[in-house]
Structure formats: structure tokens, C-alpha cells
Design a protein around this ligand. Structure first.
Ligand code: ZN
Ligand code: ZN
Length: 77
């Protein structure tokens, strides 16, 4: 069985860990009340496949809230 994994995010919010695209690096997060800044990801292994949705970004037909639909969760220090 081969899951169709999504590519790992290239950026994330330092405040809420929301995965983001490279274009928003250096700008402020507008997700909810978060005032974090988006940062680029340096190490490829900073991400692990989301356990809640198994890397698909969806649970059934619903958007996975654990990984914000990216299929990846960030490894916290
Ligand atoms: Zn944020
Ligand atoms: Zn997920």
C-alpha cells in the first residue's frame, strides 16, 4: 500500500507551527490570534508525517486540523 504523501512544508509559523509556503517567510501569521512570524525550514527532518491523518491532510473527507491539512506535523525541540 503506497500512500500519496504530500511534500513536506518548506516554511512554518514560529508561533503556531502552521505549515506555510516559501512566499510567506518573513511575514506575520494571520491564523487566529497568532502573531508569529513565518520561518523557512532548514532541516528536512524537522517534520514527521501527521499521525492523525497518516500524512494525507484529511481524515475521511474532513480537513485534518492537527496538521492544518498539510499532512505533516513539526517536530518540537
Ligand atoms: Zn501562527
Ligand atoms: Zn493531519
Amino acid at each position: 500500500m503506497n500512500f500519496a504523501e504530500k511534500p513536506k512544508p518548506v516554511a512554518y509559523c514560529a508561533g503556531c507551527n502552521m505549515p506555510a509556503s516559501i512566499e510567506v517567510v518573513g511575514t506575520s501569521c494571520r491564523y487566529g490570534d497568532c502573531n508569529g512570524t513565518y520561518k523557512g525550514v532548514c532541516a528536512a527532518d524537522e517534520w514527521m508525517r501527521c499521525a492523525a491523518c497518516d500524512g494525507t491532510g484529511k481524515i475521511g473527507t474532513a480537513f485534518c486540523r492537527t496538521c492544518h491539512g498539510s499532512g505533516w506535523t513539526r517536530l518540537l525541540p
